[in-house]
Write a protein that binds this ligand. Structure first.
Ligand code: DLL
Length: 452
């Protein structure tokens, strides 16, 4: 086992390990375990899930053909429409009497997709998110305010199981009801907060408005994920809440949050590689890409029993690194997803990622971290507006100053995006705040043909 150095936060609280023997395995041990579990996953789905039997047969591959991790390329991909086509139960690998629960996506962009768990799957889930809490320095007996939504969304239950596994005290706040959130923080003094980064920013803003200083609450660390966010946004959350803000990644299809979790070194999210096998592929050619290269993230579940998935295409674009991490963990790290291979906006032929817009906006003093990209089509032309909320001081300026400010933001966006975005300055607190994931893009062109 490798050495396990502790990383300290400014207040001296170090991250620790939930399962050091697993989290610090050598790369060779990880690969050996992954190969064994990959074969087991294939053996679970091939006889039990008609979709996979058909796919495997079409490609002429059997579980016994997987002799090395490189053989994974012989296996079929799974994509979201496959889950929709087999909704609600046909992807299950076990009968109903062995299923303990289901969770689901919101289904806002189409039919919902469900994910099923056995009792054991739920324990594995808690292991993955519990590791995230431990590496963030949360200790047994300390309090977590869990402000991810409970219900069908995986965020609330996912962090809850992790806290239980670690031995923490959970406040199951769920999202929304900001007044009560704040009351709980002041009364119960949680050291950790879990919620989306956009909701963390909203909480910080409400605190500031009420004159509550970060030192008046007791937060030490925040576990924020479920949506893309930049390091600049991290800095604002940290300053606003007085916490160390860490990232957590996951998706419903893989069981929810905890697929990867960030340690205090803040150098990317450690993939729980004993549970998930990560690949990066070129989304066009579908060929594997080496570590360090940006591409689409693909996951195979290695342990899930109720609904194992083989080579699931996440559509998230990021890269992997296996370089040593200062925290001593050996699991590969994924970079923050910079966007999705499918939510990339194409505006007048130019590819635009919402994260690029955010990166520009957060560098401009006077702009609040709340914005919305509105894309429409006028005649044959795509038009892009970026609505940005400005701070009180900017808004108090004269019309001429405001116009200059607006032009400056527009020019900066042009410099990065290479297309014109019409910037609309909005009064403080007028862009709708989210209690869950922020709605950053309103694409009114959906379903419209060019020129219609
Ligand atoms: O968002 C699960 C989750 C809950 C993750 C709580 C973290 C914390 P879905 O609703 O299925 O599941 O959305 C999954 O959200 O494919 C990414 O595009 C995006 N996403 C999730 N985490 C991150 C992150 C949950 N840390 C989709 N950074 C994924 C960027 C993220 N994007």
């Amino acid at each position: 086992m490798s050495a396990t150095p502790q990383i300290l936060t400014p207040d001296g609280a170090g991250g620790s390990f939930l399962q050091p023997e697993l989290e610090t395995m050598s790369q060779a041990e990880i690969r050996e375990l992954q190969l064994q579990r990959l074969v087991e996953a294939c053996e679970r789905v091939y006889p039990k899930v008609p979709f996979y039997r058909r796919k495997f047969d079409e490609l002429g591959v059997k579980p016994s053909d997987i002799q090395s991790l490189e053989d994974i390329v012989k296996l079929p991909f799974t994509v979201k429409p496959d889950l929709r086509d087999n909704y609600p139960f046909d992807m299950f690998a076990l009968p109903m009497d062995q299923i303990e629960r289901v969770q689901s996506t919101s289904g806002t962009t189409g039919a919902p997709t469900t994910v099923a768990y056995t009792h054991q799957d739920v324990q594995y889930w808690g292991e993955c998110t519990g590791r995230g809490l431990a590496m963030a320095g949360v200790k047994p007996g300390e309090i977590l305010q869990n402000s991810y939504g409970y219900g069908l969304f995986t965020g609330g239950p996912g962090l809850d199981y992790g806290a239980v596994r670690l031995g923490c005290v959970v406040i199951p706040m769920s999202g929304g009801n900001t007044d009560r959130q704040i009351r709980m923080m002041q009364d119960l003094k949680p050291v950790a907060l879990s919620c989306t980064p956009s909701y963390a920013l909203h909480l910080a803003e409400v605190f500031r408005d009420r004159g509550v200083a970060p030192s008046d609450i007791s937060l030490r660390v925040g576990i924020h994920g479920a949506e893309p966010w930049s390091n600049e946004m991290r800095a604002q959350v940290e300053a606003g809440l007085g916490e160390t803000a860490l990232d957590i990644y996951g998706l419903t299809e893989m069981g929810g949050p905890g697929v990867s979790v960030e340690c205090l070194a803040k150098g990317g999210m450690h993939v729980n590689e004993d549970h998930y096998l990560a690949e990066i592929i070129d989304p066009e050619t579908l060929q594997p890409l080496p570590d360090g290269q940006l591409g689409e993230l693909v996951f195979t579940t290695l342990r899930r029993q109720a609904q194992p998935l083989i080579r699931y295409r996440t559509r998230d674009l990021c890269s992997l690194t296996r370089e040593t991490c200062a925290c001593g963990r050996t699991f590969a790290r994924m970079s923050k997803p910079i966007g999705r291979s499918d939510d990339m906006l194409i505006i007048r032929g130019v590819n635009v990622f919402p994260s690029q817009v955010e990166e520009v906006l957060v560098t401009i003093p006077g702009i609040e971290p709340h914005y919305q990209i509105v894309v429409d089509r006028v005649g044959y032309l795509d038009v892009m507006e970026v609505w940005v909320e400005v701070g009180e001081s900017i808004f108090a300026e004269t019309m001429g100053d405001l116009e200059r400010f607006q032009k400056m933001v527009q020019a900066k966006l042009y410099g990065v995006l290479n297309i014109k975005a019409v910037v609309k300055l909005k009064e403080p607190k007028t862009i709708t705040r989210s209690e869950g994931k922020a709605v950053r893009v309103v694409d009114k062109r959906k379903g419209m043909l060019p020129g219609s």
